[in-house]
Design a protein around this ligand. Structure first.
Ligand SMILES: Nc1ncnc2c1ncn2[C@@H]1O[C@H](COP(=O)(O)OP(=O)(O)OP(=O)(O)O)[C@@H](O)[C@H]1O
Ligand SMILES: [Mg+2]
Length: 274
């Protein structure tokens, strides 16, 4: 049976849940997270309280820690200091089993796509259902084919990832990320390597899927047009910290030279390469 989004959120355990300063428990929150790799300080006290059931876009220069942030949110990296709260729970202060359960509520599209090269598109998309549920093959087929149809890949279901285009692989990864009806969807540069038309189609798909399935979406992108098109909220990361977070409309209208340079992609301004 498909997970009902509203019910699954309502049935969450409340013990150990940490509300925000305003008393609300958010889907996803990062508090003062620090992370270094050897001598390199990547996240330097990152704070972000993601808007629930909205699409947040994160922008920031290459190497600034956006993918590292995504890996923290899904519990693949542990912070050196600070907290990552998912549904109000510090994911490193719960049991391994609880963390595993929480991870099942995420759909993630990693930067490198990460389809299994030896499996056809159908098997790639069906994989999480086979791994994490007791559904029969016929139930799995119904769900997987519905998702493939939503992303326009019904016809390509029997093909291997190497036999389809980059845009199609992104859509397949997207279908797989959504197959468990996740409460949280994380996309790491879903638009990288796509031409402008395919990027635009993918953005329509993101908006369409969000409207249909709801959930808290986080999208990392370098493409300002993508950010303009899909964002409800925009976060800017610079040197391991969040330097701006707010409604997309305000961010794009901002007079702040820092924010303006970020969102216009200009080389002149307060941001340098160092
Ligand atoms: N597992 C790791 N071990 C060592 N260093 C790492 C590791 N993961 C990331 N880094 C370093 O952390 C920094 C931030 O990397 P990250 O991949 O998060 O950047 P990014 O903001 O996603 O960049 P891009 O826009 O190019 O994808 C980089 O300097 C990277 O080399
Ligand atoms: Mg990255």
């Amino acid at each position: 049976m498909p997970v009902n989004h509203a019910d699954s959120t309502a049935s969450l355990p409340s013990a150990g849940t940490l509300p925000s300063a305003n008393g609300v428990v958010h889907t996803m929150e990062v508090r003062d997270v620090h992370k270094s790799f050897g001598p390199f300080d990547v996240l330097k006290g990152l704070n972000l309280n993601f808007a629930d059931d909205a699409i947040t876009t994160i922008l920031g220069p290459s190497g600034t820690g956006k993918s590292v942030l995504i890996k923290h949110l899904v519990g693949l990296l542990e912070p050196d200091a600070g907290e990552v709260l998912i549904f109000g729970k510090d994911i490193w202060r719960i049991s391994e089993r609880e963390r595993y359960e929480l991870r099942r509520r995420f759909g993630v599209l990693f930067q490198d796509g990460a389809l299994f090269g030896s499996m056809n598109i159908y098997d790639n998309v069906a994989f999480p259902l086979r791994k994490h549920t007791n559904k029969t093959e016929s139930e799995i087929a119904d769900i997987a084919m519905a998702r493939l149809a939503e992303v326009g890949l019904e016809e390509a279901s029997g093909k291997l990832p190497s036999e389809i285009s980059g845009g199609m692989r992104k859509r397949a990864g997207f279908a797989r990320a959504l197959i468990m009806e996740p409460d949280i969807v994380l996309f790491d540069e879903p638009d990288s390597g796509l031409d402008p038309v395919r990027t635009s189609l993918l953005n329509d798909l993101i908006l369409d899927m969000h409207a249909r399935h709801k959930g808290t979406y986080l999208l990392v992108t370098h493409d300002i047009r993508t950010a303009r098109k899909v964002s409800d909220y925009v976060g800017l990361i610079w040197k391991g910290k969040v330097v701006h977070y707010g409604e997309a409309e305000g961010a794009f209208a901002s007079e702040d030279p820092f924010v303006r340079q970020f969102l216009s992609g200009e080389s002149a301004g307060p941001l340098g390469m160092d």
